[in-house]
Design a protein around this ligand. Sequence first.
Ligand code: ATP
Ligand code: ZN
Length: 284
Amino acid sequence: MILRIAIQKSGRLNEDSLKLLKECGIDISNGVNRLKAEASNFPLEVYFFRDDDIPQYVEDGVADIGIVGENVLYEKKKSVEIADKLGFGKCRLSIAVDKSENYAGVESLRGKRIATTYPVIVQQYLDEKNVTAEIHEISGSVEIAPGIGLAEAICDLVSSGSTLFMNGLKEVETILKSEAVLIKNSKLDVEKQRLLDKLLFRIQSVKKAKNNKYVLLNAPNDQLEEIIKLLPGMKSPTVLPLAESGWSSVHSVLNENEFWEIIEKLKAAGAQGILVVPIEKMVL
Ligand code: ATP
Ligand code: ZN
């Protein structure tokens, strides 16, 4: 029994998808044949496709699971399930208009032409807002559409916004926040589901580790209690005596989101020699 995963052949998701598998301890011998590769230490076969085709292939069972952006998934409307969000490939699908335009909310789009490669998502958005506009589906270089008189507005993927800026456009609405997700065929048999659960367990360990840092610090014993109170840790922090009497070494795990705030409080409470170390895997 082997689990077949579809990932993007080349493009923005390819490298991060392969990296995730690697971080899960799965080695892929990437042969000359770039259509398919096999893992040497996990029952996994990797298929390389255009991202647009991945939802269809997973629905049809050509692949059991796949990695694709939510933007593509919602545009294709295939019946597959999301097994997990992966935390990379983050971007937003936004509407932009000429920067000189006096934009006053979605109503301003009424009767306008909107160029996009995401006609399904845009139509859905307009319907929700009760706005009628003309959607022009084009297959690429959407950002030049207003400049050549093809449309008054566009809807496209944005990450930094620099492409919009260079084309004299401004972002006015975000209609979807997207990241890469792991999708699965909705009728996986028991054995494949078991393999997928194994893979998901590893993915979750990798994700948790990325969101956390291992912190080591020295604390004067009379401040220990206060310092320990600041540390959430997995259970409670490890405290070891230092060779120098009156001092202890404290080890704990901090979440990325609260990291800086806690570090400042630790310093204020008298912690010294604070070391912050990345965690490779975190199994809870
Ligand atoms: P393919 O040849 O596979 O069809 P593509 O040109 O459609 O590739 P890419 O540009 O490689 O696709 O983007 C793949 C995915 O990466 C997007 O669908 C989106 O989910 C994600 N992504 C993340 N950041 C961005 C960004 N700034 N611009 C475009 N896509 C982004
Ligand atoms: Zn594509």
